[in-house]
Design a protein around this ligand. Structure first.
Ligand code: LER
Ligand code: MN
Length: 268
């Protein structure tokens, strides 16, 4: 499994990102520490210099297993379930742009996290789900060669698809081969009855993994048992990356070192 960490690109500001400084500096720092991949948090592909990023990735031998998209929700309020059709249209267009970026950065998948939206008060849940399905299907059909990975996110951030069970249900309903699921240990620790059972049950669904401890610090800094989780991922044949999506604590420098030291302890 590839040792990966989330880094921010211009225009994306998100608290659970260890790296928010100059992109070149971030890429150099994580490569020097021994990471083999970076997950890019991209608010809008039009805000980044793709050629520059590609040449940095090549220079430092880093791959990009996934592109995070939640900042379009965080900063601009775009979502697949907004009651306003204009906002939904913009969210769909943004994900299509991210899919084009993923084609450009070969091998990347596009994360459907907070951009799926929430069921706003006064809105009917079935209606929100219909909007979600219509929006995501349009994206899935736009580029069948690019995988979208739906992330169950805990109840304090959204009220739609909080756990693996509900995400897998909608994935089955949509039934497209380029729709998979992202397992984030921070959210799973809040929402799953048993993280290990849920991973084993999700065989064939998981295409990307976020590692953060119970407090969203680097893995190893809280009370989640990551070696059990790695065993379960191995058991289901998961061969993707584990991507640290963590708070810059105790300091931005320290959290990177703690992550790498812990990945090595796990034998990654
Ligand atoms: C995004 O990957 C995530 O985990 C969410 O918590 C974003 O707020
Ligand atoms: Mn996550």
């Amino acid at each position: 499994m590839k040792k990966c960490i989330v880094i921010s690109t211009p225009g994306a500001q998100f608290s659970a990102l260890a790296m928010k400084e100059d992109l070149k500096e971030s890429i150099k720092k994580v490569a020097d520490l021994g990471f083999d991949a970076v997950e890019l948090a991209v608010r809008d592909p039009r805000m980044i210099d793709v050629d520059e990023i590609k040449s940095l990735l090549q220079q430092y031998h880093l791959t990009v297993p996934a592109i995070g998209t939640g900042q379009a929700y965080g900063e601009e309020g775009l979502s697949f379930t907004d009651p306003d059709p204009g906002i939904r249209r913009k969210a769909v267009q943004r994900i299509k742009d991210q899919m084009n970026l993923a084609m450009d950065i070969e091998g990347s998948q596009v994360i459907i996290g907070l951009i799926r939206g929430t069921v706003k008060s006064g809105m009917d849940k079935d209606n929100a789900e219909k909007y979600f399905i219509k929006s995501i299907v349009e994206c899935l059909e736009y580029k069948p060669g690019v995988t979208l990975t739906l992330e169950p996110i805990n109840r304090y951030e959204t009220n739609l698809y909080n756990d693996t069970r509900s995400a897998m249900e909608v994935i089955d309903k949509i039934d497209r081969s380029n729709l998979k699921m992202l397992a984030d240990t921070f959210h799973m620790n809040i929402e799953e009855r048993d993280i290990i059972e849920s991973i084993l049950h999700a065989k064939g669904y998981i295409s990307h993994v976020h590692f953060a401890d119970s407090n969203r610090w680097a893995p190893g800094c809280g009370h989640i048992d990551f070696s059990e989780i790695l065993d379960a991922l191995e058991e289901i044949g998961y061969q993707g990356a584990v991507s640290a999506e963590i708070l810059p604590k105790p300091t931005p420098e320290e959290c990177l070192k703690l992550t790498m030291a812990y990945y090595q302890k796990l034998g990654l």
